[in-house]
Design a protein around this ligand. Structure first.
Ligand SMILES: *[C@@H]1O[C@H](CO)[C@@H](O)[C@H](O)[C@H]1NC(C)=O
Ligand SMILES: *[C@@H]1O[C@H](CO)[C@@H](O)[C@H](O)[C@H]1NC(C)=O
Ligand SMILES: *[C@@H]1O[C@H](CO)[C@@H](O)[C@H](O)[C@H]1NC(C)=O
Ligand SMILES: [Zn+2]
Length: 359
């Protein structure tokens, strides 16, 4: 099926072989906001009509400092400072559903998490960072191959309300390209870093075809991220107990909507946390799903083939994977193998070294 022209095969920690059709040299520096004056970003910007994007100020600080609430117009709907969620996805529609999501990967710890998900037969949504996709393409590929849902978490993980419209485009499109080069999939869902979003950012993100996903509430932010500060078994056990209590409380009285939680495949300890938390779902009788599963989205990518017309009689069905008008989408698998034919294996030892030193 695929031609691998790699001149070097690099074995990463989990013995996964890098096999991605991604040329790391094409991408901007990791973990910094990409420049907006590069030829590639200029081309992306040319294709966007910014008319209708509201003009709220670009904030400063990380996290951005909140001005007095009375100075903020209601229609800014800034989550970080106005607790406003707009039309962001914050719940799963079905009662008793646990929408399982992991942010900030893929990392060298991701394979262990994938093993756990496979052993428990559950699918999750991975909100990936473009910078980390370039470092760990093989782990992203494994997420795809094992049926997980891949979504965007920007290139450099900056709070989006602190960026200009053009910088937001650069953050999303570079991440989109990295994932497209590895999987052939054009992502459709995004989670803003820190949940930091307002109606200006929402409008830009929507111009790029994205649906915004947050988490249900801070009760369902696992706070796993904090464990890495100086991990101990006692801290890990306490965090597992606290989060299990939240899940069990929800499971005992699930209301009419499912929950979306926030976890990370970023550190060894956050993956250890996930390994212990997932079995809690069984005790709490929760149904674990990825975001596309829980929303019932049969076209979870911008280039997913339209769902087959299944006798609804509206003539809208277009069969599987025949493209969508401008040659951009031919279905994940086809697109992946086309890209695979021109494999450029340029993951250098320097990049691998950088990957390992970054943690
Ligand atoms: C941009 O969008 C606005 C509103 O949707 C529309 O009126 C305008 O014609 C568009 N401009 C271009 C250059 O397509
Ligand atoms: C179409 O409907 C049939 C019968 O209900 C089902 O088996 C099949 O999976 C459906 N196909 C799609 C693409 O939804
Ligand atoms: C194809 O591109 C043209 C010009 O950019 C645009 O007007 C048209 O809506 C696109 N068609 C589809 C199906 O995306
Ligand atoms: Zn994050």
């Amino acid at each position: 099926m695929k031609t691998f022209l790699s001149t070097i095969t690099i074995t990463l920690m989990a013995a996964a072989t890098a096999s991605a059709a991604l040329n790391a040299a094409e991408f901007p520096a990791a973990n910094v906001v990409p420049p907006t004056d590069s030829p590639q970003v200029k081309e992306w910007l040319k294709a966007i009509n910014f008319t209708g994007v509201p003009n709220f100020p670009t904030n400063t600080g990380n996290p951005p400092a909140c001005p007095p609430a009375s100075s903020l117009p209601a229609d800014q709907c800034w989550r970080s400072c106005q607790s406003c969620r707009g039309d962001d996805v914050v719940t799963c529609p079905g009662p008793g559903v646990w929408g399982l999501t992991f942010d900030d990967g893929p990392t060298t710890f991701t394979p262990q998490l994938l093993d756990t998900l496979k052993a428990n037969n559950v699918k999750a949504t991975f909100f990936v960072m473009g910078s980390n996709v370039v470092l760990n393409p093989a782990f992203l590929k494994r997420e795809q191959d094992e049926g997980h849902h891949i979504a965007s978490h920007t290139w450099s993980h900056h709070p989006l309300t602190t960026l200009t419209n053009e910088q937001i485009v650069a953050e999303l499109k570079w991440t989109e390209k990295a994932v497209m080069d590895v999987t052939g999939l054009q992502m459709k869902y995004v989670r803003p870093p820190y949940g930091d979003i307002d109606n200006r950012v929402r409008a830009v993100v929507k111009k790029l075809g994205y649906i915004i996903v947050d988490w249900t509430s801070d009760t369902y932010d696992s706070k796993d991220f904090n464990l890495n500060a100086s991990p101990t078994e006692a801290k890990l056990a306490a965090a597992v107990t606290a989060f299990s209590a939240s899940l069990n409380a929800y499971g005992a009285a699930p209301g009419d909507k499912g929950i979306i939680t926030l976890e990370h495949d970023l550190y060894q300890v956050t993956v250890d946390f996930a390994k212990r938390i997932i079995p809690v779902a069984t005790q709490a009788k929760l149904k674990i799903q990825s975001i596309d599963q829980c929303l019932g989205d049969k076209s979870p990518y911008q280039n997913s083939p339209p769902p087959a017309n299944n006798g609804t009689g509206n003539g809208a069905g277009a069969g599987a994977g025949t493209g969508n008008g401008n040659g951009t989408g031919t279905g994940g698998k086809n697109a992946a193998s086309t890209v695979g034919a021109k494999v450029v294996m340029t993951v250098s030892l320097a990049v691998i070294a950088a990957a390992l030193s970054a943690f």
